[in-house]
Write a protein that binds this ligand. Structure first.
Ligand code: GLA
Ligand code: GLA
Length: 695
């Protein structure tokens, strides 16, 4: 194979992503598990690794999967050394037989390209493909993800194996979808990555003068005479512009890494088969909105590592993944009870595996796949939860998973072509999250925790939140909350202004509108390009080591972070002020609001404690006239609605340990689940079909 340096194609792709140009939109993929009309709209299944087992066992396994109620199998994603045992020598006969066997049992198949685990012949003959960490240490063979995301040679090999698979199975009627690689993530710092970094910066800034200007490299004599002087760093005492652009670089490189395979596969596969990649929760490695622009659907791996689910926080994860494409997604992996990669791998309680499967569906999953079917006799993950035990017989959790499968198959006609309903939009920005994380100023300012603290009462009280990128179409959301929009571009500010003027209620949280997309301070005070619209600004921010009081239309406490606000326009109303005797914040506005056009803009300058946040959420929802789907339910009872194709389905999930009453909503018809005697039992679920006029 020929190894070229960073190719023109890569540089172009990087520049496209670097410039935030929107590529041609992908055709609208149907909002259902599969686009095959003759296939189930909801998938339920498991990861199976036939390459680890004697073929004589396959039939037994497939029969047991069928008995469990599964309709889908995912395979292939780590089997490179079996598919290509020697360079250029392919062996797909075993996979032909495995897919054919799955097909005989009526399963849908999702195939993973195996590029997360390069074979030994590859890394031995071409050690330049191996990943180098930030300290300069090259990875060795034997684990996974030990390749460099920028290696052209690696991409050539990856594209070739992906192409071979697509040629062979792209038109196979059993194959309904494709997963590229597996949980892409760690960057590399090898020479090719450095060259790609320089190409990326050149594409982004055009001239070195522009980079010097945007990063203010007169600071500490950082000035660069040319792009090739710019070091590649992810951490350390580096320029904040460099560190944020490092994230833009990893976004562009991982996106192009995935597209390198997608571009080759597209022409070879059935257009009804989706192409996706599976992602991890709150993964900070790249901007997931950008990654998904040219993928058909989003898919993710939902794990509760400590076995103690916080349903609201977990719901935020699902809503974020839904937001990548703003449509339904696949749950590509979830745990049959426990994981094996945290200090204490506690198993979920009886009933919680089912409850969490239903939660994913309530938030827009059209597929629930368990990882994995059976533990391999050896290998890194022999302690992980699985449907079968090492003896090939069902584990205790199998009965509950069979229950999930039965539920989902039965509910498929109801759920088909429906999507989660929400009246509240929340803006999540990777740039903002990174910018805050790079300069927290208060070690406790965890941007994900800050986001989740805003999300929690909004989700509980409104019963439907969509998490969106700042570029999304916001017109259908009466209330849009941006908890920490630290990086705010002019273009985003303009769109938000238009949203407010046409009747939207926009709420900005602390640290909003401080930086541009090179992580430089805006010349005006926060919220920067939205300060004029707000008619107020942040006079000063303060890191807090103890709480301060907040009084007014909401009264309570703020901690970690507080900003003294300063109204500038006469029609700005102060909703709450600080009480901080002897301190800078005392008597200063903490929350201000202003009616503009047909809508309003509100700025919340402090990180409020949960009770105060709940009161604030209630007043924001009331102002925007957002009513819950079903009022007066217990906080352990999650309520959600999926609507579409003329149907409205209410889903109730009891995340608690005791039964909770649930009054049948007006015009609703019970449509499955455990609802009985007017209550949902502990860890139980209930489905209702709502009348179109019921809300
Ligand atoms: C030291 C350095 C300065 C500056 C200040 C910030 O004193 O000499 O350059 O970094 O810290 O507190
Ligand atoms: C991730 C990986 C899987 C497996 C599971 C275990 O999600 O994608 O291959 O390692 O974790 O929890």
């Amino acid at each position: 194979m020929i190894c070229r340096p960073v190719t023109i194609a890569l540089a172009l792709a990087l520049s496209n992503i670097a410039a935030h140009a929107s590529p041609a939109p992908t055709p609208d993929f149907p909002a259902r598990a599969t686009a095959f009309a003759d296939r189930p709209a909801i998938a339920v299944g498991v990861s199976w690794y036939p390459e680890q087992w004697p073929e004589s066992r396959w039939e037994t396994d497939l029969a047991l999967m069928q008995k469990t109620g599964f309709n889908t199998i995912r395979m292939g994603e780590f089997a490179w050394s079996r598919m290509e045992p020697e360079e250029g020598k392919f062996d797909f006969a075993w996979l032909d037989r495995a897919i054919a066997a799955a097909q005989r049992h009526g399963f849908m198949v999702v195939l993973g390209t195996p590029t997360a685990a390069p074979p030994a012949w590859l890394t031995q003959k071409y050690p330049d493909v191996l990943r180098v960490d930030e300290n300069g240490t090259r990875a060795g063979h034997g684990a996974r993800r030990h390749f460099s995301f920028a290696s052209q040679r690696y991409r050539d090999f990856a594209r070739r194996i992906a192409t071979e698979m697509a040629k062979r199975y792209g038109r196979n009627p059993a194959v309904v979808g494709w997963q590229i690689d597996n949980e892409v993530g760690p960057p590399s710092f090898d020479d090719e990555s450095v060259a790609a970094w320089h190409a990326f910066l050149k594409a982004r800034y055009g001239t070195i003068d522009e980079l010097n200007r945007r990063w203010t490299t007169q600071y500490w004599s950082q000035f660069y005479n040319s792009f090739d002087q710019v070091p590649l760093h992810a951490t350390g005492q580096q320029n904040p512009g460099l560190l944020l652009d490092f994230k833009h670089f990893t976004t562009a490189t991982w996106t192009d890494y995935v597209q390198n395979q997608v571009r080759a596969m597209r022409p070879l596969i059935d257009p009804r088969a989706f192409i996706t990649t599976n992602t991890m929760f709150w993964n900070a490695g790249f901007d997931h909105f950008v990654m998904h622009r040219d993928l058909d659907i989003a898919a993710w791996d939902n794990y509760i590592p400590d076995g103690r689910p916080d349903w609201v926080a977990n719901g935020a994860n699902h809503d974020l993944v839904r937001g990548y494409k703003q449509r339904n997604f696949w749950l590509m992996e979830t745990q049959p009870g426990r994981v094996d990669w945290v200090p204490v791998n506690r198993a979920l309680d009886p009933g919680q595996v089912r409850e969490l499967a239903w939660q994913s569906v309530a938030h827009g999953a059209d597929a629930v796949l368990y990882w994995q079917w059976r533990p391999s006799p050896n290998g890194q993950e022999t302690y992980h939860g699985s449907v079968l035990g090492q003896d090939g017989e069902p584990n205790p959790i199998q009965a509950e998973i069979a229950h999930v499968a039965g539920d989902l198959v039965k509910a498929t006609p109801l759920l088909a072509d429906t999507q989660p309903v929400a009246k509240v939009g929340m803006l999540f920005s990777y740039d903002s999250r990174w910018a805050i994380d790079l300069q927290r100023h208060n070690k406790d300012f965890d941007p994900i925790k800050a986001f989740t603290d805003f999300y929690r009462p909004l989700r509980v009280q409104s019963q439907g939140v969509h998490i969106l990128p700042a570029e999304a179409d916001l017109a259908r959301y009466p209330l849009v909350v941006a908890p920490n929009l630290n990086v705010l571009t002019e273009a985003q500010a303009k769109r938000l202004e238009a949203y407010v003027r046409s009747g939207g209620h926009l709420v900005l949280g602390p640290r909003s509108g401080m930086k541009d997309d090179a992580n430089a301070l805006w010349p005006q005070r926060q919220p920067g390009p939205l300060a004029a619209l707000l008619g107020a600004q942040v006079a000063q921010f303060y890191a807090l080591d103890q709480g301060v009081g907040v009084t007014g239309s909401v009264t309570g406490k703020a901690s970690i972070w507080a900003e003294a606000l300063e109204p500038l326009a006469r029609d700005v109303r102060t909703l709450a002020t600080y009480s901080d005797p002897g301190g800078w914040l005392d008597g200063k506005p903490a929350i201000v609001t202003r009616n503009v056009g047909k809508g309003s803009i509100t700025y919340v300058g402090a990180w409020l404690d949960p009770e105060t946040m709940a009161r604030l959420a209630a007043s924001l929802l009331a102002d925007a006239k957002v009513a819950p789907i079903l009022a007066g339910t217990d906080p352990d009872l999650e309520i959600a609605e999926r609507a579409g194709a003329g149907k409205r389905i209410l889903i109730a999930i009891n995340h608690g340990n005791v039964a909770h009453p649930l009054a049948l909503p007006a015009g609703a018809k019970p449509a499955g689940g455990d609802w009985a005697d007017g209550a949902v039992p502990a860890h139980g679920i209930a489905l209702f079909q709502l009348a179109p006029e019921a809300r």
